[in-house]
Design a protein around this ligand. Structure first.
Ligand SMILES: [Zn+2]
Ligand SMILES: [Zn+2]
Length: 135
């Protein structure tokens, strides 16, 4: 397992997105984000829920939150929700908790969905990553 996707809430708009993380050394690097449509039927499907350990970083190719552009993350200590963050403030707003939270320490654990074999297929000749539904 070297890739997971996990829901992330925008601290500015409260909208949800999905962020894909790739394992790079001992850390998990954000590489891509897209808008989540969790109310529909196009959810994560049969992807396995998983918890991984390691710090979170943003890769150079990560464009940031799809809603506000923030490229870092924070994890609420109360509800465990992962949200976008500007990366330098020591406070953040947790939308699910509707409160300002103080940040301390680094994220060392993420809950996500494992990207199992067959879902992602990288075309080596172009470098384009294609996603297939897994049924
Ligand atoms: Zn955001
Ligand atoms: Zn919270």
């Amino acid at each position: 397992m070297d890739k997971i996707t996990t829901p992330v809430v925008c601290q500015e708009t409260a909208d949800e997105m999905v962020v894909e993380f790739e394992q790079q050394g001992g850390s998990w690097a954000a590489i891509e984000a897209w808008e989540s449509h969790s109310s529909g039927t196009d959810g994560p499907g049969d992807a396995e829920r998983t918890t991984v350990t390691g710090g979170i970083v943003s890769s150079y190719e990560y464009d940031g939150c799809v809603y506000c552009g923030d490229t870092a993350f924070f994890k609420c200590g109360t509800c465990d929700t992962l949200s976008c963050h500007d990366g330098y403030s020591d406070t953040a707003y947790c939308q699910p908790c509707s409160k300002q939270v103080h940040l301390s320490g680094d994220i060392d654990e993420i809950d996500g969905s494992e990207q199992s074999d067959g879902i992602t297929d990288v075309d080596q000749s172009t470098g384009i990553t294609k996603k297939y539904s897994s049924h």
